[in-house]
Design a protein around this ligand. Structure first.
Ligand code: MLC
Ligand code: AMP
Length: 512
C-alpha cells in the first residue's frame, strides 16, 4: 500500500528546502512550503467530509494554491477532477452531475452560477481566485496541517479527466496511481530530468500535459518549475536564459519562431525542448533547429493513456514522427475494421497497452469495453504506421476530432448546439489548417429552405453555450451539406472546400 502517488512523488520532498516553483516576480516556493500548504488544504478537504476515493472538482485559474489542491487530494486519497477554466457553467454542471464530487473549488466569479448544481449533488463550494485567494485559501490558512498520508493501492483512482467524445457526451477517464507514477518515472529517466533542471511551465494545469507530464516529471526529478500563469511570449523569452527545459504544444513553438528575439544565445543553456498534444509540423521542427540549434523532441500521448511514444533523448529525433514506444509500453498497428495486427509500414489503428493506460471511463462500462480489445489493448482513435527503424508516424484520426492549440474539440458537441439555431437545417463542424493554432474550427451551416440564418446571432448564442476555444472562428452558409451514397456528411470534402478559411491569418498570439 505504499504505491500511492503521494508517497512516490510528493512525500520524498517533504523536508526539502529546494525550490519547487519559481513564480518570477511573485517569488519562490520551496518543496517544503508547497507541501505544507497542501497539507493545510488537505485538512480543509477533510473538514468538508472528503474521504479517500471522494472526488474534488477544481475549476480555478492557475496558481500555486490551485496546484497544491493536486497534492492535497493525493495526500488524503481523494480523486482530483480538474476542469478547464474556459468551460461555461452549463458545461461544468454536466461534470458535477456525472462525477458527484464532495467539494467544488471554483473561481469566485463562477460561484453563484455553480453553487446550485453543486448543491444538488451534495457538494460544498469554496473559492479560489487567480491570486490564490478566496474562501478555500482562507480556510487553508486557518487550518492546522494534516499529518496523515492515506495509503493508496496502485489501482486506486488518483484523478478523473473528462474528455469530450465523438457522441458529444464527455467521458471521465479514470487515472490510477499506477498510471501516473509509472509514466512520471519513465519520462524522467528517458528525458534525463534531474534536480538541476528548471522546466518552463506555461501550460494549463487541468490537462495531462501541464499537470501530469510536466508537474510529475519535475516532482520525480526534484526539479524546479518556472511556473507561469499562461503562455506569454515575453515571459518565456525572458525565462529561457535561466531555464534548462520547456514543454509545450506546437503553437508555443510557432509563436516563439515568429519572434526575432528567439536565437541561439537566448537558448544556449537550454538542454531540451519537448512538443506534444498536437502534430508538430516538420517545417516548425526544421526552422527551430536552424534558428536555435535545438532539435525539438516530439512525443505522443493522450488523456486516457498518458504518454505513449517519444523521440529519443540521445539519438535521432525524426521530424514528423512521434518516436518509439516508451519502455514498458506496447504499441501496435491494427486493421481498423478487424483489429488484426498489421506489418511494419502499413497504416492502421494505433493501439496501446501498459501501466500508463487508464482504468476505464467513469460510470461507462460499455463505452470502456468498446474501446478496449479483449487482450487489454486500448484503441486510441489515432491512425499511424511504424517505419523500418521503429519510429511511429501519426497519419490521421479515425475519430472526428479537431485539435486547436492543443485543445481537443469534438465537432459533434458543437454541431448539437448549432443544429438548434434558428433557420439552420443542419451543421457540420470541421478543422482546417490555422497558422497559429494548427487547426481552426469552421462551422458549415445548411440553411433551412428559403431562410437565411443570422450568423451574428448564431455566434452570440454559441458564445453562451460553448467554452471559448470550442467556438467556430469562421461560419459558412451553404444550401446543403455534401453526403455520400450512405447519407453520411462528407467532411473530407468540406475540409478541402474550406481549406483556405484561415489563409488570411498570420502566425502569432494575435492571430484573427
Ligand atoms: C484560447 N483560445 C483558443 C485556444 N486557446 N481558441 C482555439 N484554440 C485554442 N487552443 C481562444 C480563447 O477562447 C479566446 O477567445 C482567445 O483565443 C484568446 O484567449 P487566450 O487565453 O489569450 O489564448 P492564448 O493565450 O493565445 O492561448 C493559446 C494557447 C492555449 C495555445 C497558448 O490554448 C494553450 O495553452 N493551449 C495548451 C492546451 C493544452 O494544454 N493541451 C494539452 C491537452 S493534454 P475569445 O473569443 O474569448 O477572445 C493532451 C495529451 C498530450 O493533449 O498528448 O499532451
Ligand atoms: P487528449 O484527448 O486531449 O489527451 O488528446 C489526445 C490526442 O492528441 C491524441 O489522441 C492525438 O490525436 C493527439 N496528439 C497528442 N500528441 C500528438 C503528437 N505529438 N502528434 C500528433 N497528435 C498528437
Amino acid at each position: 500500500m505504499t504505491d500511492g502517488l503521494y508517497s512516490q512523488l510528493f512525500a520524498p520532498h517533504q523536508c526539502s528546502e529546494g525550490t519547487f516553483l519559481d513564480c518570477g516576480s511573485r517569488g519562490l516556493v520551496t518543496y517544503r512550503a508547497f507541501l505544507e500548504l497542501a497539507s493545510r488544504q488537505a485538512k480543509v478537504l477533510r473538514d468538508h467530509g472528503v474521504a479517500s476515493g471522494d472526488r474534488v472538482a477544481l475549476q480555478a485559474q492557475k496558481s500555486v494554491e490551485a496546484l497544491a489542491v493536486y497534492a492535497a487530494c493525493a495526500q488524503i486519497g481523494a480523486v482530483l477532477l480538474p476542469l478547464n477554466t474556459a468551460y461555461t457553467p452549463d458545461e461544468v454542471a454536466y461534470f458535477l452531475k456525472d462525477a458527484e464530487p464532495r467539494l467544488l473549488v471554483c473561481d469566485p466569479d463562477a460561484e453563484r452560477a455553480l453553487t446550485p448544481t453543486a448543491q444538488t449533488v451534495g457538494a460544498a463550494t469554496l473559492t479560489l481566485d487567480a491570486d490564490g485567494r478566496g474562501t478555500f485559501a482562507d480556510a487553508a490558512q486557518a487550518a492546522r496541517p494534516c499529518a496523515d498520508i492515506v495509503p493508496r493501492a496502485e489501482d486506486d483512482l488518483a484523478a478523473i479527466l473528462y474528455t469530450s467524445g465523438t457522441t458529444g457526451r464527455s467521458k471521465g477517464a479514470m487515472m490510477t496511481n499506477r498510471n501516473l507514477v509509472s509514466n512520471a518515472r519513465t519520462l524522467t529517466d528517458l528525458w534525463a530530468f534531474t534536480g538541476d533542471d528548471t522546466l518552463i511551465h506555461a501550460l494549463p494545469i487541468f490537462h495531462t500535459h501541464g499537470l501530469f507530464v510536466a508537474v510529475n516529471v519535475a516532482l520525480c526529478a526534484g526539479a524546479r518549475l518556472r511556473f507561469m500563469q499562461k503562455f506569454d511570449l515575453d515571459a518565456i523569452l525572458g525565462a529561457l536564459p535561466q531555464s534548462t527545459a520547456m514543454m509545450g504544444v506546437p503553437t508555443f513553438y510557432s509563436r516563439l519562431l515568429d519572434d526575432p528575439r528567439l536565437d541561439r544565445s537566448r537558448t544556449a543553456d537550454m538542454r531540451l525542448f519537448i512538443s506534444g498534444s498536437a502534430p508538430l509540423l516538420a517545417e516548425t521542427h526544421a526552422s527551430f533547429a536552424k534558428r536555435t540549434g535545438h532539435q525539438i523532441l516530439e512525443r505522443y500521448g493522450m488523456t486516457e493513456t498518458n504518454m505513449i511514444t517519444s523521440n529519443p533523448y540521445k539519438g535521432t529525433r525524426v521530424a514528423g514522427t512521434v518516436g518509439m514506444p516508451l519502455p514498458g509500453v506496447e504499441v501496435r498497428i491494427t486493421d481498423p475494421a478487424t483489429g488484426a495486427p498489421l506489418e511494419t509500414g502499413e497504416r492502421g489503428a494505433i493501439e496501446v497497452r501498459g501501466p500508463n493506460v487508464f482504468k476505464g471511463y467513469w460510470k461507462m462500462p460499455e463505452k470502456t469495453r468498446e474501446e478496449f480489445r479483449e487482450d487489454g489493448f486500448f484503441v486510441t482513435g489515432d491512425l499511424g504506421a511504424f517505419d523500418e527503424t521503429g519510429y511511429l508516424s501519426i497519419v490521421g484520426r479515425a475519430k472526428d476530432l479537431v485539435i486547436s492549440g492543443g485543445y481537443n474539440i469534438y465537432p459533434k458537441e458543437i454541431e448539437l448546439v448549432l443544429d438548434t439555431m434558428p433557420d439552420v437545417l443542419e451543421s457540420a463542424v470541421i478543422g482546417v489548417p490555422h497558422p497559429d493554432l494548427g487547426e481552426g474550427v469552421v462551422a458549415v451551416l445548411a440553411r433551412q429552405a428559403d431562410h437565411n440564418p443570422d450568423v451574428d446571432e448564431i455566434r452570440a448564442r454559441a458564445a453562451g453555450a460553448l467554452a471559448g476555444f470550442k467556438r467556430p472562428r469562421r461560419y459558412v452558409l451553404v444550401d446543403a451539406l455534401p453526403r455520400n451514397t450512405m447519407g453520411k456528411v462528407q467532411k473530407a470534402a468540406l475540409r478541402e472546400m474550406f481549406a483556405d478559411a484561415f489563409a488570411d491569418v498570420h502566425a502569432g498570439p494575435d492571430a484573427d
